[in-house]
Design a protein. Structure first.
Length: 211
């Protein structure tokens, strides 16, 4: 079995959503001084490669800790929507891939934006779903949708796409990487969040298992 890591590392100075607090990652104990290593890890629930729960934007919606662990793994499929200028992922693009989408639990979008991680343009002009495309996906029986971009909506937008997908009960995974290695391949997708009480989101270690 081959395991592919689809996760950006959490590190000081890492990219964060514009306006968000930076992570606080510090060495507080060392083997040389204290006899053991220990790090202080201060994070937002949406730092790095992370999962959004419907409760992130919908009052009274499910939080991650209230979902069964089996909710975070299943059959994955990667849709290649990469293009030089970004743009909108329309309904026709999805309908042309209906059979593959309806055969998976997690639909992951390879836009190519992960190559811009650490650059300012990572936060600009990345592809997002059209509203009718998001609505269509919400009717396909998926567990979740993942993106190799910072958000399901443009930075600074009204989060319309998030809300459409959350109302359908989906979880969203953002800031994925390495999806190009999965194009045309069958795999199991695993993205376990931390079991934080009342979690609206959580960093994840996202991986693909290939036979």
């Amino acid at each position: 079995m081959t395991v592919l890591d689809l996760t950006h590392p959490l590190a000081p100075g890492m990219p964060v959503y514009p306006g968000a607090d930076a992570p606080d990652l510090r060495q507080v104990r060392t083997v040389a001084r204290d006899g053991w290593d220990e790090k202080w890890i201060g994070l937002s629930s949406h730092h790095g490669t992370h999962m959004d729960a419907p409760a992130h934007m919908l009052e009274g919606a499910p939080t991650l800790d209230r979902m069964e662990a089996g909710r975070f793994l299943g059959r994955g499929w990667v849709a290649d929507v990469s293009s030089p200028g970004g743009g909108c992922i329309g309904l026709a693009v999805l309908e042309a891939r209906r059979e593959a989408i309806e055969g998976c639990d997690f639909l992951l979008f390879h836009t190519g934006w992960a190559a811009r991680w650490g650059r300012e343009d990572y936060f600009r002009d990345f592809p997002v779903l059209a509203p009718d495309a998001a609505q269509w996906l919400g009717e396909r029986g998926l567990k979740g949708i993942g993106f190799d971009t910072v958000s399901a909506d443009p930075v600074g937008a009204d989060s319309r796409i998030h809300r459409i997908l959350f109302r359908a009960g989906l979880v969203l995974i953002e800031n994925l990487t390495g999806l190009d290695a999965l194009l045309g391949r069958s795999f199991q997708f695993i993205c376990l969040p931390l079991k934080v009480a009342e979690a609206d989101g959580s960093p994840v270690r996202a991986v693909a298992l290939l036979d």
